[in-house]
Design a binder for this molecule. Structure first.
Ligand code: F6R
Length: 247
């Protein structure tokens, strides 16, 4: 695992987007698909904007890209403005040429009794596509990656989880209050993420400085799911100066 502290978020996302673009283009040259794991939230917004710019201004095509998102709130239909399906379409997919059938997110509306089968099918589909070539991550203040809250160890796979109160507090403004934030989500597990060939985590701003330091320099523990990335052979943190200020 490595990290790099950039002067600005803009510099960091430009470098990361260039790396992803190179991966996509090199696979295109071989006539192959590339499988990206994607995240939602504030952290990847600038990165997605840069991918859209590369598509519109520099002809980067996403026709050979397959995506799997990390997570989805349980109970939200796709058309809910806070669903991650809605987020991904408005912030990335609607602006690039990715084929609709290549897009995968966990369902927020699968029936309770079908959740286990749905999660297993998600894992199976990732494998059938050849595994995640590169996983994009943010980090929550609980140390979560995906929605792997404290207690999630490195054997966890895609499953339903209960959201930590701190995670719900951080999401409350978007939902117009804590009580409106879903209490459950479906998320890839730590093991699912660790299986990705490359992992790229973005964190910006002072609010992330303490958890970034714990994840990078603290013990490897289920209390901080991101700490498992210390054992990943090709994981890198992209940080701005504020997020890297406690390292
Ligand atoms: C999002 C996800 C979460 C976020 C994390 C940080 O799909 O899985 O782990 O990456 O909560 O969120 P932001 O970027 O909004 O600070």
């Amino acid at each position: 695992m490595t990290y790099e502290v950039f002067a600005t978020q803009q510099e960091a996302v430009k470098q990361l987007a260039a790396e992803v673009a190179e991966l996509i283009r090199s696979r295109q040259a071989e006539g192959k698909n590339v499988v990206l794991g994607l995240a939602t939230g504030a952290s990847p917004l600038g990165f997605y904007a840069e991918l859209i710019r590369l598509h519109k201004e520099e002809g980067l095509s996403f026709k050979n890209v397959t995506t799997f998102n990390l997570d989805e709130y349980y109970g939200l239909p796709r058309e809910h403005v806070e669903s991650y399906w809605y987020f991904m379409h408005t912030n990335l997919f609607n602006h690039i040429d990715i084929p609709a059938e290549n897009i995968n997110l966990p369902s927020g509306t699968v029936a309770e009794e079908d959740i286990a089968a749905h999660c297993q099918a998600y894992e199976d589909k990732i494998k059938a596509c050849g595994g995640l070539d590169l996983q994009i991550l943010g980090i929550g203040r609980t140390g979560h990656i995906g929605f792997n809250e404290p207690g999630s160890d490195d054997t966890t796979r895609t499953r339903q989880v209960h959201l930590d109160d701190l995670t719900k507090t951080d999401a409350a403004p978007a939902f117009g209050g804590f009580e409106n934030v879903p209490s459950y989500a479906i998320t890839m597990g730590v093991a699912t993420i660790m299986d990705a060939k490359k992992v790229r985590l973005m964190a910006w701003g002072e609010k992330k400085a303490s958890i970034v330091n714990k994840a990078i320099n603290g013990p490897i523990t289920a209390d901080v799911a991101a700490s498992y990335l210390q054992k990943h052979p090709d994981a890198k943190y992209f940080l701005d100066a504020a997020a890297g200020s406690e390292l």
